[in-house]
Design a protein around this ligand. Structure first.
Ligand SMILES: CN(C)C(=N)NCCC[C@H](N)C(=O)O
Length: 246
């Protein structure tokens, strides 16, 4: 934090923020929409009946994995641009200094398309699929399990339960996802001119060889600190929106 502040001022902390904001509504709608509809197809019970006739954990896991798999293809380009902008550490342009490689999200997207072709926007998508498919299964199972543990059978969980269960589901999912998150970000940073890795396994092996196993847990603390409030609010919004409109 200190280094980022000294080098890039407060603005350094907000780098790459506009794209995640634009994308989060779309990505979460796809994730929760596919999850709910898969659960509906598997159990034939609506969201209102879900706490009275709870689905099995296997059904929740399959629905979560399906949601995770589908949302990757909306998330991949936004995530790539975020990672490229966040890793660009030049101070803000001063008169006379060379401009940064990417001037903003739109310029970043256009440069990637120009230099790497439109498929370049999906660089790292395979690693993202490996990260998100099982992780989102675990995410929804953790949430369901925590809600059921602290709610009498057949009743809707309280808001406090939803907040705590959502927060811990977020932390658990990031604990599981962090090793592949590290690999995914490394693969996204490699361009066609600097293709550093031959694939996910090569990236894993070389990162572990060069930096030790600790490399797979980089960012875990900050991801977990962020995950609790973000996912508490995400699940509370999901539950209430479906109760009102579902
Ligand atoms: C890769 N992982 C850990 C997940 N996709 N976890 C589910 C939570 C997603 C939520 N939008 C967040 O950013 O925390």
């Amino acid at each position: 934090m200190v280094k980022t502040y000294r080098h890039e001022s407060l603005l350094g902390f907000f780098k790459g923020m506009s794209f995640p904001i634009a994308s989060i509504a779309v990505v979460n709608s796809v994730l929760f929409g596919v999850y709910s509809n898969t659960l509906l197809a598997l159990t034939a019970t609506s969201h209102q009946e879900r706490w009275a006739q709870p689905p099995s954990y296997t059904q929740v896991f399959i629905a979560g994995c399906t949601g995770g798999f589908v949302q990757v293809y909306c998330l991949a380009p936004f995530d790539l641009i975020k990672v490229r902008l966040q890793n660009q550490t030049e101070p803000r342009a001063r008169p006379g200094s060379p401009p940064p490689r990417y001037r903003g999200p739109v310029h970043c997207a256009a440069s990637i398309c120009q230099e790497e072709g439109p498929r370049g926007l999906f660089r790292g998508a395979w690693a993202l699929t490996l990260r998100d498919t099982p992780t989102l299964g675990i995410y929804f199972v953790t949430y369901e399990w925590l809600c059921r543990q602290s709610t009498p059978d057949g009743q809707n969980p309280s808001s406090a339960t939803v907040l705590v269960a959502g927060g811990f589901a977020g932390i658990t999912s990031w604990a599981v996802a962090t090793p592949l998150d590290v690999i995914k970000s490394r693969m996204q940073m490699a361009g066609p001119k600097h293709r550093v890795y031959r694939g996910v396994l090569d990236c894993m092996a070389r990162s572990a060889q060069q930096e030790g196993l600790g490399v797979f847990f980089r960012g875990l603390t900050i991801n977990s600190a962020r995950a609790f409030p973000v996912n508490a609010v995400t699940f509370l919004s999901y539950e209430y929106l479906l109760r009102w409109w579902g």
